[in-house]
Design a protein around this ligand. Structure first.
Ligand code: AMP
Length: 112
């Protein structure tokens, strides 16, 4: 069965897309936790970072480099945070690897 994010990738579910290439898609989070909150996902359906394989090394590097490029494009000049939630205790709710890009306000540390 397709995950929610696979359905966004295939355009079965609409999303506010901010970046796309052959390997990744970035779109605005539907429940923003900051003035700017974008998710960037690999098109390959890796459920979570714990299940990424050695073969995914290049894709994961691309995902992070593109996250930084999207943050720059979104003008997050004052900084931003990248977050990957993994598993139940990590707060993961969608089993398709995604990096949160959060910015536009001062983010506290540690997160709750
Ligand atoms: P996580 O809790 O790390 O698994 O993050 C999943 C994120 O997906 C949450 O921040 C949700 O607000 C977001 N989300 C859920 N449904 C949608 C959707 N249809 N479009 C965009 N973002 C979504």
């Amino acid at each position: 069965m397709k995950t929610l994010f696979e359905k966004i990738i295939t355009r079965e579910i609409p999303a506010a897309i901010v970046y796309e290439d052959d390997l990744v898609l970035a779109f605005r989070d539907i429940h923003p936790a900051a003035p700017t909150h974008v998710l960037i996902v690999p098109k390959k359906p890796i459920p979570r970072i714990a299940e990424a394989m050695a073969d995914d090394q290049k894709l994961l590097g691309h995902l992070l480099l593109k996250a930084a490029e999207v943050a720059k494009k979104l003008d997050l000049k004052n900084g931003y945070r990248l977050v990957i939630n993994n598993g139940a205790d990590g707060g993961e709710t969608v089993p398709h690897l995604h990096v949160h890009i959060l910015g536009g306000r001062h983010l506290v540390w540690p997160p709750g």
